[in-house]
Design a protein around this ligand. Structure first.
Ligand code: SF4
Length: 209
């Protein structure tokens, strides 16, 4: 059986794949696309701290080490904290790509636990309203999930995570300008991402590139 992929390089960055689990089921998730990121990222088991650190080796070889994965990395906030701390000690620059629901998932504010090790948090906003978020991201917690995303972004800015980005995938029905205003209103950067994958469940290719 092939070894599972815990870390993979794309461009100058190293991406860490630590869980399959997520509280969303986004229409555009790589788990729903035929091409994914070009690697089979399904994990047979969630990697331990040692497995993650061994997969990184020398973090200074990369522009950023990104907790990203096939699922939501902050489902495993304790692992992220420990791994980020070790990678930071070794000179790495750390980003977390998250759905922003960690505080709702864990029932506490986890941002202070990430402060000091995490350089950038990229939060997927993906919608200008809770209704649109439910349509696109299909969160298990409904409208509370969207409110949690906004709160998480606000707290990340307030608690001075060095760089906070709210991102949106260009998708039918998403009002990019309203999303941009939400991001800047919260004091975060805004990033528009293009989707050009092929959905498994549909024959058409959606490309906004
Ligand atoms: S939040 Fe991310 S990992 Fe979760 S379903 Fe959406 S795109 Fe996939």
């Amino acid at each position: 059986m092939a070894e599972q992929i815990v870390a993979y390089q794309l461009g100058y960055n190293l991406y860490l794949n630590i869980t399959n689990r997520c509280t969303n089921n986004c229409l555009f998730c790589i788990r729903n696309t035929a091409d994914g990121v070009g690697y089979d990222l399904w994990l047979a088991h969630e990697p331990s701290l040692d497995e993650v650190i061994n997969a990184v080796k020398d973090p200074t070889r990369y522009r950023e080490v990104v907790f990203c994965g096939y699922g939501e990395p902050l489902m495993r906030v304790d692992l992220v904290k420990e791994a980020a701390s070790e990678i930071k000690k070794r000179g790495g620059i750390i980003r977390i790509n998250t759905n922003g629901q960690a505080n709702l998932i864990h029932g506490r504010n986890v941002i202070p636990e990430l402060k000091g090790t995490v350089d950038t948090i990229n939060i997927s906003l993906n919608a200008q309203s809770a209704e649109q978020y439910i349509r696109i991201c299909r969160p298990s917690r409904g409208a509370a999930a969207y409110r949690a995303v906004l709160d998480f972004a606000r707290l990340a800015v307030e608690e001075e995570i060095p760089r906070v980005i709210l991102s949106v995938v260009q998708w039918p029905g998403v009002n990019v300008e309203q999303c941009r205003q939400i991001a800047t209103g919260l004091g975060a950067e805004f990033r528009l991402r293009q989707f050009s994958g092929r959905l498994k469940s549909r024959t058409d290719t959606i490309s906004a590139r």
